[in-house]
Design a protein around this ligand. Structure first.
Ligand SMILES: [Fe+2]
Length: 389
């Protein structure tokens, strides 16, 4: 038996924020961050909520790659306010904090690390609404949340069906002011997730179509948005594509872009999208030896390769297309290029390998890496050398 899980409603396109007026509820607690407040988006959302007679409270203290403390701060305010609606308004970090706040609001004694598939958890008092303001993580459609364990300096990959928001609101007006670096970083996350979603061991009939379509859309619209953020058609399409990518991988899973990426992010404090972007071309090269059939199939389906190309040729073309987009958006291709010194890399090497091997996602990758492979992979990714093993 298999499952396909998704939010109950997606409200998308221009004006989608108006859906907030239709949602039943009396007390809305908004989780967000400082940038969103400054951009005026919190006011915009609160206005819509108040127009439909709802009481509103908010927490605006989410930080990037959020640690547990931030979740507990958010929880404290939620407990005081006692909401029946919890709304995440922001990028992936904000949405993840909102998701975990909801679970802990309903189960205050649950240790965060127990938000895992086999733990029985039910949600009874609140409805979760996700409003992404970046086009990347697709967290508004997924059963996952990533919270940094600051004591042990690693990223907790929480996963449970209750983390899927009830409603996802995709209003492109919210992505109008994104700086190019954020467009690139979040776009690379969406792309890595879409490609992983198609090639992992748990790929299935339901997720495959979504993974193909989101990959195709990201290839088409990410460079357009990066080039011209005023291109409203491209912005709307990219916003939808990121969520479709989330929907795909949440129902199949992620591969080694995210085990290496999470380790890189925890150790060197590099933004998530850049980390998985750096890994992506190497993860495609690594899979070539055993699974070029999957990448070749995807490459042909999204138009990155010709229908007459064999699997290996098509896989190389897919990888080249990814690299081309990275170069256009000035995303570094190696740790060295990112500016990590060899000394710093060597000093942290054991931690990088340990954190990578401890990630839950390796086992889903089409070619499951051994520890020895991980060690070599890190060296190649530091230098910017194509994987040949
Ligand atoms: Fe990601």
């Amino acid at each position: 038996m298999w499952y396909f899980r998704s939010p109950r409603v997606f409200a998308f396109g221009e004006g989608a924020l108006d859906y907030l007026k239709e949602i039943e509820g009396h007390r809305a607690f908004v989780v967000t961050d400082n940038t969103i407040v400054k951009l005026g988006f919190l006011d915009l959302v609160m206005e819509k909520l108040k127009e439909s007679g709802k009481e509103v409270a908010y927490f605006d203290g989410v930080t990037p790659e959020p640690p547990e403390d931030v979740v507990y701060e958010s929880l404290k305010i939620a407990q005081k306010f006692n909401p029946d609606l919890i709304i995440g308004l922001g990028g992936g970090s904000v949405l993840d904090v909102a998701k975990v706040t909801q679970v802990l609001f309903e189960h205050p004694d649950l240790p965060m690390l127990e938000i895992m598939p086999l733990t029985p958890i039910t949600i009874k008092k609140t409805t979760l609404i996700a409003i992404p303001t970046t086009s990347g993580t697709g967290s508004d459609a997924t059963a996952s949340a990533v919270i940094t364990n600051s004591k042990e300096n690693y990223k907790m990959e929480l996963n449970h069906p209750v983390l899927i928001p009830y409603v996802s609101i995709l209003d492109p007006v919210l992505t109008k002011s994104l700086p190019p670096k954020v467009i690139a970083s979040s776009g690379m996350d969406a792309l890595a997730q879409a490609i992983d979603g198609y090639t992992v061991q748990w790929r299935n009939d339901f997720s495959n179509g979504l993974a193909i379509h989101s990959t195709r859309m990201i290839f088409e619209y990410l460079p357009r948005v990066y080039e011209n953020p005023e291109d409203s058609e491209a912005r709307e399409k990219l916003h939808n594509a990121a969520t479709i990518s989330g929907l795909a991988w949440s129902n199949s899973f992620l591969g080694i872009t995210h085990s290496f990426g999470h380790a890189m992010g925890a150790v060197f404090k590099i933004p998530h999208g850049i980390t998985v972007g750096i890994v992506l071309p190497y993860s495609i090269e690594y899979a070539m030896k055993t699974h070029s059939n999957l990448y070749g199939e995807l490459a042909r389906a999204v138009g990155a390769a010709d229908s007459s190309d064999d699997d290996k040729t098509a896989t190389i073309k897919l990888r080249n297309k990814v690299v081309k987009i990275m170069k256009e958006m000035e995303v570094p291709r190696s740790l060295k290029e990112y500016g990590i010194s060899k000394e710093k890399f060597d000093k942290n090497f054991d931690d990088l390998v340990r954190l990578t091997s401890e990630s839950a996602v390796n086992i889903f990758n089409c070619r499951e890496p051994t520890t020895e492979d991980m060690e070599r992979f890190w060296h190649y990714m530091y230098e910017g050398k194509s994987i040949d093993f």
